[in-house]
Design a protein around this ligand. Structure first.
Ligand code: NAP
Ligand code: MG
Length: 498
């Protein structure tokens, strides 16, 4: 396969040409230990640059800076319009540097440039949406019935220092989700990006400084989950933890947060059901079924990884889905024709391939996909988009999150059966429905025990729309007015007017 790679944006070349430092209290610093680690390009395994290996001591420094910025600094007391202005400036800077950010993301995470360009533009919009909230956060006056002449009202106040931990699958957008909402209401932040993808978070740190945020309001500590992440979660001066990542780590974070009863919000894994009814617009359903799982090479928490197809059309649908899937172009994210980039790491690739073995041993049939064979893909962590048929909902490949380009497909007979099957999972993040029957669409949407449902479309996101999970897919909602609830405390004030 011959490829023509677009050339790396010149600012991204410059950014990656030197070892990077991390941001604590407005300074770009090394780890206290002096240790560093390298970040790799998953398309070819080459080292991009190195970043500090922050650990407990660095987290202590960053939390101290965020604490002082919150308790004594101007940020939480700043007029809301002034805070909004800084956030709008930050969004403008993201837009001005969008190509650089997109290229850094593709370099570090492997996703195709068209996808990462979309992420950069969503990032700017997310900040603008939350900047708008800064001036619109109000309390209530409450008509209490207790005796006396009482004036009772509420205020919404920032929580304090927020420890924000993010995964590698959409690092730029996840960083912004963990910055825009808490900052809009006056919190300060310590952000820990994933060890596999630290670069765009660090570039955002530079833009934060360029926008003029006070020192210590945003601190970014690069490092490993078991050390830096765990230290942040357990730190007694951190008031809230917001985490996006796996359910297994989410459970540890809840336990660690108990030390000082931190407010904890979690966006965790998923095993989302995508239900195709026989009355669906066939071509739309086919396209949606494929895109729902293969976008970002399946490394998407809401990926439509369990595909339920009504029996009447199952055989034809599986055959057409296999053809459709074969045509996806797998390759380097800097090739404009690439639709599926590499997986993030060798470890993730092996995990996905292991699931293909498990699935086939369980009795599933591999219709298309599997390991890559092309020699020009040999150095990257590529897996072909894969369709597994003859799956039953109790198989491991139907219950466990694979987090790769693998769909597990099952036939169903009727609406009641498919609702039961769809809900038979520990997860509850996303769900999809393809039908032209509006009653069926609403009935199934209401019955799905998931935080997000898409009908005749899939995985749309908007900063105004709440996002999060039922069951073991999480606690809390990001975006929309829900994110303001998540990052504020409610204070109730009683005044005796007599
Ligand atoms: P992960 O292993 O849970 O890691 C997520 C983040 O937590 C990383 O920054 C990681 O650091 C850190 N971490 C690991 N162990 C920790 C600990 N003991 N204490 C504190 N922090 C710790 O998840 P991942 O493999 O990076 O990401 C894939 C998972 O994220 C999938 O399950 C996916 O569904 C989920 N996800 C969910 C959403 C959502 O919104 N619901 C969105 C995207 C992804 P290291 O990088 O050093 O490991
Ligand atoms: Mg990397």
């Amino acid at each position: 396969m011959s490829t023509t790679l677009i050339s790396l944006n010149s600012k991204a070349v410059k950014f990656t040409s030197t070892p990077k430092n991390m941001l604590i209290n407005g300074q770009w610093v090394e780890a206290a230990s002096g240790k560093r680690f390298e970040t790799m390009n998953p398309a070819n395994g080459e080292v991009i640059t190195s970043v500090p290996e922050g650990d407990k001591e660095d987290i202590n420094r960053a939390v101290a800076a965020a604490r002082i910025a919150f308790d004594e600094g101007p940020w939480p007391k700043m007029k809301p319009a002034e805070r909004a202005k800084l956030l709008f400036k930050f969004a403008d800077l993201i837009e001005e540097n969008a190509e650089e950010l997109s290229h850094l993301e593709t370099l570090d995470n492997g996703a195709p440039v068209n996808f990462t360009a979309g992420m950069a533009s969503s990032a700017a919009e997310n900040i603008r949406y939350h900047a708008g909230w800064a001036t619109k956060i109000t309390g209530e006056t409450i008509p209490v019935s207790v005796p006396g002449n009482i004036f009772n009202y509420t205020r919404r106040e920032p929580i304090g220092v927020c420890g924000q931990i993010i995964p590698w699958n959409a690092p730029l957008l996840m960083a912004v989700w963990k910055l825009a909402a808490p900052l809009s209401v006056g919190n300060t932040v310590v952000l820990k990006p994933a060890e596999n993808t630290p670069l765009t978070a660090l570039r955002l740190g530079e833009l934060i400084q360029e926008a003029g945020f006070p020192d210590g309001v945003v601190n970014i500590v690069t490092g490993f989950g078991q050390t830096a992440g765990a230290a942040l979660t357990a730190h007694p001066d951190v008031d809230k933890i917001a985490f996006t990542g796996s359910t297994a780590v989410g459970k540890q974070i809840m336990q660690a947060g108990a030390v000082n009863v931190k407010k904890v919000s979690l966006e965790l894994g998923g095993k989302s059901a995508h239900i195709i009814f026989a009355d669906a617009d066939y071509d739309v359903a086919l396209r949606n079924a494929a895109n729902a799982i293969f976008m970002n090479s399946g490394q998407v928490c809401v990926a439509g990884s369990r595909l339920f197809v009504e029996k009447k059309i199952y055989d034809r649908f599986m055959s057409d889905l296999s053809e459709y899937t074969k045509n996806y172009r797998v390759g380097d994210g800097f090739d404009r024709s690439t639709v599926l980039g590499p997986l993030i790491s060798e470890k993730q690739k092996n995990r996905v391939l292991n699931y293909l073995d498990i699935g086939q041993r369980e009795g599933a049939e591999l219709l298309v996909g599997g390991n890559t064979t092309a020699s020009d893909l040999a150095k990257g962590h590529y897996v072909k988009p894969t369709v597994l048929a003859n799956v039953t909902n109790d198989m491991r490949i139907a219950q466990e999150e694979i987090f790769g380009p693998v769909v597990s497909a099952m036939p169903f007979d009727d609406i009641d059966e498919v609702i039961k099957l769809a809900n038979k999972t520990d997860y509850g993040l996303g769900g999809g429905i393809c039908t032209t029957d509006v009653r069926k669409a609403h009935k199934v949407a209401h019955a799905m025990k998931t935080g997000n449902v898409w009908v005749n479309t899939y995985s749309l996101l908007d900063p105004a729309s709440p996002f999060g999970g039922y069951k073991q897919s999480g606690i809390g909602r990001e975006n929309g007015s829900a994110s303001i609830d998540m990052y504020t405390e409610i204070k109730n004030v009683w005044i005796n007017l007599d």
